[in-house]
Design a protein around this ligand. Structure first.
Ligand code: NAP
Length: 277
């Protein structure tokens, strides 16, 4: 056991933007980089692909939808490294536009992974963040666009500097319930499950940054949400404008913010620039 060794962890990194983030961190981060995947074979194949490029990522299983899997990773990180230096919450999902799954099911499934499971990872791993730690939550510009389509009352709640994590959870649950009752638009929600789930990720990031200010100010842990851009992956398809490597740029920039800086923190960042929420 060597608790002084630095470690970076990326969720959902067997492919797409997460994989490109791991590749870049292998080149730029001084310490171990952990590629995680819910599927053992897909994860090990991704590690092998990097090995062929001369890069050494380590593998650990992680299904963010499975609390036991999150806790097994947490215990491993605690035991092996005595904490975490960089956490990139990248894992996420989206239904294809042509998918005919009923909207309320899409809402439930999308919200579960993108918001509730990301929150579970944060609940388990944020207490492990070491001083000077960096946390990057991969949200989307869709969170900003969807916020603009919310009712004024909802917009005010999501922009509030005093909204609590419990209140946010209640709102995300309400969205899913409202879709089941078929009243979500009447209740002021936009007609996008992915967009609302990413509002959840961005607002959660603002809340967690605030909590760090309150509880661990002297540790200079910086936590931000970001958009990678429109990226050619299985999620966004081949017409997207950026390569996965280009999509990794902003998340990696936030993951590697140097020790002497104090911002950005609690922001939504796109193209390495802070965007208005
Ligand atoms: P992707 O190619 O579909 O990759 C998604 C990754 O997340 C895969 O590794 C997937 O694993 C993993 N994942 C999904 N559910 C998981 C779970 N329950 N536990 C662990 N891993 C899970 O998508 P991407 O485009 O790279 O997206 C990465 C992130 O960027 C997402 O948060 C997405 O919302 C965000 N984003 C993407 C774009 C874009 O244009 N691509 C734009 C804005 C934001 P499997 O291989 O096992 O499915």
């Amino acid at each position: 056991m060597s608790s002084s060794r630095r470690v970076a962890v990326v969720t959902g990194s067997n492919k797409g933007i997460g994989f490109a983030i791991v590749r870049d961190l292998c080149k730029k981060f001084s310490g171990d980089v952990i590629l995680t995947s819910r599927d053992l074979t897909r994860g090990q194949e991704a590690v092998k692909k990097l090995k062929e490029e001369g890069l050494n990522a380590l593998f650990h299983q992680l299904d963010i939808d499975d609390l036991q899997s999150i806790r097994t990773l947490r215990d491993f990180l605690k035991e092996r490294y005595g904490g975490v230096d960089v956490l990139v919450n990248n894992a996420g999902m989206a239904f294809k536009e042509a998918d005919t799954t009923p909207f309320h099911i899409q809402a439930e499934v999308t919200m579960k992974t993108n918001f509730f499971s990301t929150r579970n990872v944060s609940t388990e791993l944020l207490p492990l963040m070491k001083p000077q730690g960096r946390v990057v939550n991969v949200s989307s510009v869709m969170s900003v666009r969807s916020l603009q389509k919310c009712s004024p009352e909802l917009q005010q709640k999501f922009r509030s500097d005093t909204i609590t994590e419990e209140e946010l959870v209640g709102l995300m649950e309400k969205f899913v319930e409202d879709t089941k009752k078929g009243v979500h638009e009447k209740e002021g929600w936009p007609n996008t499950a992915y967009g609302v789930s990413k509002i959840g990720v961005t607002v959660l990031s603002r809340i967690h940054a605030r909590q760090l200010n309150e509880k661990r100010k002297g540790d200079n842990i910086l936590l931000n949400a970001c958009c990678p851009g429109w990226v050619r992956t299985d999620m966004a398809g081949p017409k997207a404008t950026k390569s996965p490597e280009e999509g990794a740029e902003t998340p990696v920039y936030l993951a590697l913010l140097p020790p002497n800086v104090t911002e950005p923190h609690g922001q939504f960042v796109s193209e390495k620039k802070v965007e208005k929420w």
